[in-house]
Design a protein around this ligand. Structure first.
Ligand code: KIV
Length: 303
């Protein structure tokens, strides 16, 4: 596969201007990042959805900066040629510019991200511009902002009322003015997402925001139904059913172990028959003779 050059924030803006849609997917570890890169994704987001889909929390609120740094490092190892954005988790910003800067810097210096994402609009504009001035590219995130789920009263579509829709547009413009290189629009009506997209010169990346955004983002585990139990979401298109495949495969393995159908002779490592005789005496044979499982050197060659 030819070596890919990671995108830059300039290229992302050019993609908006030329009408080339931006593909973004979350990833949280080495294999998911590597597979996403091999599949040609434009941008990987190490989302704090980590909390829901990997760590088993009900919300993203318990996710810590250390969690994000740890997982961003793994993603960066798996996708060295892809533009990586890491989420600033709950309460690691909105706490003053200096602390915000220190926290964002960790995601880049230790984690290896090229940019950070922050939830909020006009209310975080000052922090966004402080990061941008310090050389930290920021992706905004408005609409449904899961870190504020308790304040929003649940995971519901945003911008359905006139005032709400107007303030969402103002938030987007404030983020652009603060220097954000793009904005995630989550769970907003399609006409509102189109309006925001047309008013900005920076790209919008939608999730549950319809067809009019400059790009789309999905959560890795939603795209692949890699969860148990899997919960259908209207805005997700699933491209594979890994949950069913994995459960079936593990069930088959359990069955094979219980029935002794696994391991077979071909999975075991033989030992010279003469040595078996000398060490252990007797026939040293079981079912298949000298190559049988009873002649395996424990802890030996695993290849
Ligand atoms: O954390 C996340 O995965 C996100 C996406 C839903 C945009 O913020």
């Amino acid at each position: 596969m030819p070596m890919k050059h990671p995108l830059t924030i300039t290229k992302l803006k050019t993609m908006k201007q030329s009408g080339e849609p931006i593909s973004m997917l979350t990833a949280y570890d080495y294999p998911s990042a590597k597979l996403a890169e091999e599949a040609g994704i434009d941008v990987i987001l190490v989302g704090d959805s980590l909390g829901n889909v990997v760590l088993g929390y009900d919300t993203t609120i318990p996710v810590t900066l250390d969690d994000m740094v740890y997982h961003t490092k793994a993603v960066a190892r798996g996708a060295a040629h892809t533009f990586i954005v890491a989420d600033m988790p709950f309460a690691t910003y909105r706490i003053g510019k200096e602390a915000t800067l220190r926290n964002a810097a960790r995601l880049m210096q230790e984690g290896g991200a090229q940019a950070v994402k922050m939830e909020g609009g006009a209310d975080i504009a000052e922090e966004v511009s402080a990061l941008v001035r310090a050389g930290i590219p920021v992706l905004g995130h408005i609409g449904l902002t899961p870190q504020s789920v308790h304040q929003l009263g649940g995971y519901r579509v945003q911008g359905k009322q006139e005032r709400e829709a107007q303030s969402l547009i103002e938030d987007a413009q404030a983020l652009e003015a603060a220097g954000a290189f793009g904005i995630v629009l989550e769970l907003v009506t399609e006409p509102l997402a189109e309006a925001v997209t047309s008013k900005l010169s920076i790209p919008t990346i939608g999730i549950g925001a319809g067809r009019g955004c400059d790009g789309q983002v999905l959560v890795f585990h939603d795209l692949l139904q890699y969860a148990s139990p899997y919960r259908e979401k209207r805005f997700v298109k699933t491209y594979a059913d890994l949950g069913t495949t994995i459960r079936g495969a593990i069930g088959a393995y359990v069955g094979d172990v219980k029935s002794r159908a696994f391991p077979e002779q071909k999975h075991a490592f033989p030992m010279e028959q003469e040595l078996v005789q000398r060490l252990y005496g007797g026939g040293g044979e079981r079912d298949g003779g000298p190559d049988s499982a009873s002649s395996v050197v424990k802890g030996g060659d695993r290849s």
